[in-house]
Design a protein around this ligand. Sequence first.
Ligand code: PEP
Length: 252
Amino acid sequence: MRDFLVAGNWKMNGYAAGNTALVAGIAAGVPHSARVKVLLCPPFPYLASVVAQLQGSNVAVGAQTVSEHQSGAFTGEVAPAMLRDVGCEYVIVGHSERRALYGETSAAVAGKFKAALGAGLKPILCVGETLEEREAGSTESVVDEQLGAVIDTVGIAAFASAVVAYEPVWAIGTGKTASPEQAQEVHRHIRALLAGHDADIAESTQILYGGSMKGENAAGLLGMPDIDGGLIGGASLKAVDFLAIANAAAQG
Ligand code: PEP
C-alpha cells in the first residue's frame, strides 16, 4: 500500500515573520500517522530557515524549481546540489506555471528532473492539461507527452525515487476542482502508462492530485485508489487549511 504525501507549494508568497508562524502551526498539528508525509515548498530565500525551524520534526522541505545545470554562468539559477546543501529533500519540476509563464518545455523539465535526481533530490513531476486540451479530448495525449519526455530521458527506474503530480491547469488556483472520478481517471491512466514500462515501479510511485484541493474536497479525492496525496497551493498558506488536508489523508 502506498503512503500519502501532502505537499504545500507556497509559490511566490510569504515573508519571514509570517512563515515562522505558518511553519510552527503546521509542525504542531501534523497528524501522527506513519502513512502520511508532509512537505513544505517555500520560495528559495526561505528554504534554509524553514529547514532549520523544522529540525527534529517529521516535516520535509522542498524547492519549487531547480536548474538543469550543476554550476557556472547561469545567473539567477539555483543548482540541485545547492538545494541538497540547504536541506531540501524534494523539488517540484514542470509546474504548469513554469511551463506556461517561463516557457519550460518538456525537454527542459526532463533535464531538471535528471539533474535533481543526480543530486539526491526527489523530483515531483507535474503534468496536466489546459481546459482547451481537455475540451479537445487531448488530456491523455498531453500527459503522455509530458511524462514520456521524462521517461525517455531518465528511464523508468528513476521513478523509484520520484513522485508524479497530476495537476489539471484549469483547476489550479481557480477554485474549480476535478471531481474525484475525473482525477482518478487520469491517475489511473498515468499509472497504466508507468506500468507499460515497469509494473512494480507503477505500483509504488506516488501520484498526487493538485488543483484547488482543500479540506472540503480532500477526503473524496484522497479516497480514490490511484490518488496518493496532494500538491496544494492556496490552501497551503494557512496552517488550519493545510492541516485539514493532511488530516483527511491520515483518515484515508
Ligand atoms: C499548485 O500550485 O500546484 C496548486 C495546485 O495550486 P492551488 O491548490 O491553489 O490550485
